[in-house]
Design a protein. Sequence first.
Length: 272
Amino acid sequence: MGLASKIAAAVVKRLPAHGTDRAEEFVLPLRPFERLQLPRESAFTIVCDDGETRDLDVVEVLDRHGVKGVFAVSPDLIGRPGFLSYDEVRQIRAAGHEIAFHGTTHDPFTGFADAARLGAAIGEGMASMAAGGLGTPGTLIYPFGRHNRWVRAAVAPTFAAAFTTWFGVNQGEVNRYGIRRIPFGAYTGRLPATEEWYRELIDRCAAGACWPTLMLHPAAAGHEAAHNALLGRLIEHAEQRGIAVRTVAAHMRAAAPAAADVAASGLPGTQA
């Protein structure tokens, strides 16, 4: 075990579970397959988690402004009470929005016994989505945001990028399989979460090489109709500042090709 790994092991033993995952990524360096240099042109991305029917309210906002968003679904939840049906998800996809993978059962990936079992679960869910006419997603949204080093290595062969729930405004070189998001509406905790605060975050990204990504849970307590109206104003503000509103797949196409990082790491990968 190298010095960095020993230091990480000593730190993580003293932290709660989520803190362990964060400390591990902070202490240990990015591996080649994890490195992603953001393109010079900034982008603003909107991601809805869970695939509940209230996502349709956000679809309406995006369509009204002529932009596209990302909707993360778990195949085992599609069609259950309160969740989007396969037909509704297909319609969202047909309108040009991106459909992302949110785990087959919405169980945290860190709870799987090993990479083989996680990989089998992912394969089962991806097959269900393909059979349901949803294509093969290249974007992963971790259930509950949970990931660590072995999880990131396990998902890299299947996905071009993966997003956590951890707060952050992505800038410069980032972890391709640990991309941060900004909570909006629900789960904002102690963050200011005011319109001025969101506008300031967007303004900071006008200089370039920045990727502010909103995390929405439209069906959760805390997300209200007023947030949908605010989302529309933030879309307009981003566009006024010259920041394109893009899906993950669209922005990844503008980034450095995934193949270069994958080749350096020896991991097979796919690009959105």
